[in-house]
Design a binder for this molecule. Sequence first.
Ligand SMILES: NC(=O)c1ccc[n+]([C@@H]2O[C@H](COP(=O)([O-])OP(=O)(O)OC[C@H]3O[C@@H](n4cnc5c(N)ncnc54)[C@H](OP(=O)(O)O)[C@@H]3O)[C@@H](O)[C@H]2O)c1
Length: 255
Amino acid sequence: MTDNGQRLSDKSVLVTGGTRGIGRALVEKFAREGANVLFSYVSSEDAAKTLIDETETEAGQAVAMRADVRDRDQVDQFTETANAKFGGIDVVINNAHRPYQRKWFEETSWDEFQRELDTLVKGPFNMIQSALPYMKARGNGQIINISSTMARSPELQHSFYVTAKNALVGLTRSLALELGQYGIRVNLVSPGPLETDHNAGLPKELMKQLHAETPLHARMATCEEVAGAIMLLTLPEAAMVTGTDLQVSGGQAIF
Ligand SMILES: NC(=O)c1ccc[n+]([C@@H]2O[C@H](COP(=O)([O-])OP(=O)(O)OC[C@H]3O[C@@H](n4cnc5c(N)ncnc54)[C@H](OP(=O)(O)O)[C@@H]3O)[C@@H](O)[C@H]2O)c1
């Protein structure tokens, strides 16, 4: 911790999909804690600019870059930029996600499965392989993959999402084992349903049910609360934590 109380001064943090929701909360949180943050987006350029402006007074800095996680060349440019700007890479947070409509499995095409796998599995694959040489050069680093409680506690009409998130669980656990030799920790964070603009559109009855199912405070967690839990994993106190799955659901799903 610095004299100013920032816990992550000069750490270099990459966040995929930083313009909304959890990603946006992560950018704000890490910049407040003194980190240098590079975040990606695909189409929300205006939102990226606004976020950069809003974090200007924070101790750390936030920088954005259009970089589609599905495209290895764009991802390589993203990690090269972070390394050049910040002198290395300490933390990679694989968060990017595309909103989707719920669908019965019988009505779902393979292309729809593939689209989910591309963002949620190929994206983290690209990011991790691309960032790895920089992390190995430092002899430490952290990878945090954002999953969902739905991976282990599926709900109806999300088969493509649940399948992709479970592949991410496998990738995380395998890499926690393989990358430990380089001092790199790899963990999952699994949020439950969240208080987001997107979820605000859920039917009132479902919202009521989700609140009633949540033992802590009878409400859904916020993106800021998820970002706070993610940050805990990056602190020196978590130096021996790897291969874990941190649930942030207020107890709505427990496994
Ligand atoms: N929200 C929830 O209730 C909830 C619950 C459990 C788990 N999660 C998980 O938490 C993570 C974040 O969810 P969220 O709801 O906060 O997300 P979100 O609000 O939908 O934001 C997604 C972000 O990802 C970016 N993005 C989309 N496709 C991309 C791509 N191919 N390459 C790079 N960036 C891309 C978007 O940028 P553009 O707008 O520019 O495309 C946006 O910044 C996801 O992994 C999700 O599965 C969410």
